[in-house]
Design a protein around this ligand. Structure first.
Ligand SMILES: Cc1ncc(COP(=O)(O)O)c(C=O)c1O
Length: 449
């Protein structure tokens, strides 16, 4: 419920950044690592629902949700209550060494989202990249093979193992020397830019052929490959969904050669696409599913959910100090209850509503090349010219900045796309408001063409 001092829609009353926000920005500059991105000067002070306020009292409609993390919105009362209650009972005990009921509780909840719950086991970490690291280790351990296949445009994290898979922007890899060996990248099906003119449903057949006829015959024999890791919808890469047949083909190849299929749902999962997991739209059965971000509304927890037949490592083979801490688990359980209790259906409903209103943007705006995604995982790609499809990162940045000044928070994705990943709680009025702001922001950016 919104209180008298709160709002559902943006409310901007100072120049941005306001004076109090500027103090925080200056303070931050003095002490923080310069590697943080901070594309525009938003400073968060408090959040409720789909709104975040800055220290100057400006209220922003949050279509970034802390990079798709705040799935239940900011400080959902049920999540806050669960965290507070658990924090007063037990904060930490190290699940690596001792038992506590919270770990199997969340694990049970997670495996129940899988095709055959009894076939899966769970390991908890603290972040997406940790889930990826663990999955790499598990796939290598289980198969006794070491080669890995990932996709151009993919993002799996920034620690050295996951970074070896990440092939999103060279700034993320540059300067860090040699990464993990035995990793090969292949193209991801990107229908809007498909050189062969395929559609969103058919793009990628040649990539499967390339994998089987070139990679497997010239580089890695398939019996050397431990895992193929794929995002069912590329997140950092530009919110690009893989065609369903493509995921099915990967499953076929993995089954045929005993390769572990790892599906990275860190950004796409947890109800955002209208189902628990984005891979479900393709009807496949992954060997390992990775989750983080939206699982606990902002508390740091991740998990990899692996088939029991694969998760057969010995005690001590993998571990962690904090992973699966009771407070994060309490937040995750409350979050999953809310997602199942209506937010997943809302993501589907409002997602359809938004697509119904923005699918024709490429016809209405010269600089919009493509609108794509599923549920509340929506990507908009910006181009200088719809015929040549020349990428227009500068225009995309301008749209983001224009939207910020109108009270809408969004994030860039890929080279020239905007991602819309609001909390799953938004309603039609908030969706309309975001669409109106984006349309004004695009129109303003078009003046600079
Ligand atoms: C698909 C995917 N995998 C892994 C990660 C890494 O997650 P984290 O930043 O929590 O380490 C991200 C982060 O954006 C992601 O989008």
């Amino acid at each position: 419920m919104i209180t008298a001092s709160e709002t559902k829609l943006p409310r901007i009353s100072t120049a941005l950044p306001g004076p109090k926000s500027q103090l925080v920005i200056d303070y931050d500059k003095k002490y923080m690592s310069p590697s943080y991105l901070r594309d525009y000067p938003f400073v968060a002070e408090r959040g409720y629902g789909a709104i975040v306020e800055d220290p100057d009292g400006n209220a922003f409609l949050d279509f970034a949700a802390g990079i798709a993390v705040c799935s239940t919105g900011h400080c959902h009362p049920k999540v806050v209550e669960a965290i507070q209650k658990q924090a007063a009972e037990l904060i930490h005990i190290a699940g690596n060494d001792f038992y506590h009921r919270h770990m199997p509780q969340l694990a049970e909840r997670l495996v129940k989202t899988m095709p055959k719950p009894q076939d899966y086991r769970v390991f908890f970490g603290n972040s997406g990249t940790e889930a990826v690291e663990g999955a790499i280790k598990l796939a290598r351990y289980a198969t006794r093979r070491d080669k890995l296949i990932a996709f151009y445009g993919c993002f799996h994290g920034r620690t050295l193992g996951s970074l070896s898979l990440t092939a999103s922007k060279n700034t993320q890899r540059k300067g860090f020397g040699t990464l993990l060996g035995g990793v090969e990248h292949i193209p991801y099906p990107y229908a809007y830019r498909c050189a062969l003119g395929h559609t969103k449903e058919t793009c990628g057949g040649e990539i499967i052929e390339f994998l089987e006829q070139q990679i497997f015959k010239r580089l890695f024999a398939p019996e050397e490959v431990a895992a193929i890791i794929v995002e069912p919808i590329q997140g950092e890469g530009g919110f690009i969904p893989a065609p369903l047949f493509f995921l099915q083909e990967l499953q076929r190849i993995c089954n045929r050669h005993g390769i572990v299929l790892i599906v990275d749902e860190v950004q796409a999962g947890m109800g955002r696409t209208g189902k628990w997991w984005a891979y479900e739209h393709a009807g496949i059965t992954p060997d390992i599913v990775l989750t983080a971000k939206g699982i606990a509304s902002g508390m740091p927890i991740s998990a990899f959910i692996a088939k029991e037949s694969i998760m057969q490592w010995k005690p001590g083979a993998h571990g962690t100090t904090y992973g699966g801490n009771p407070v994060c688990i309490a937040s995750a359980l409350a979050t999953m209850e809310l997602i199942e209790g209506g937010l997943m259906a809302n993501a589907r409903k409002i997602g359809d509503y938004v697509f119904g209103k923005i699918n024709d943007w490429p016809q209405r705006f010269k600089i919009v090349g493509d609108v794509r995604g599923k549920g509340l995982m929506i990507g908009v790609e910006f181009v200088r010219d719809q015929k040549t499809k020349e990428k227009a990162a500068d225009l995309r940045d301008r749209v983001i900045d224009n939207a910020f000044h109108r009270g809408l928070l969004t994030l860039g994705s890929g080279e020239n796309s905007i991602r819309l990943s609001p909390p799953l709680i938004i309603d039609e009025e908030q969706a309309d408001c975001a669409i109106r702001i984006l349309e004004e922001s695009i129109r303003e950016a078009e003046k600079n063409l």
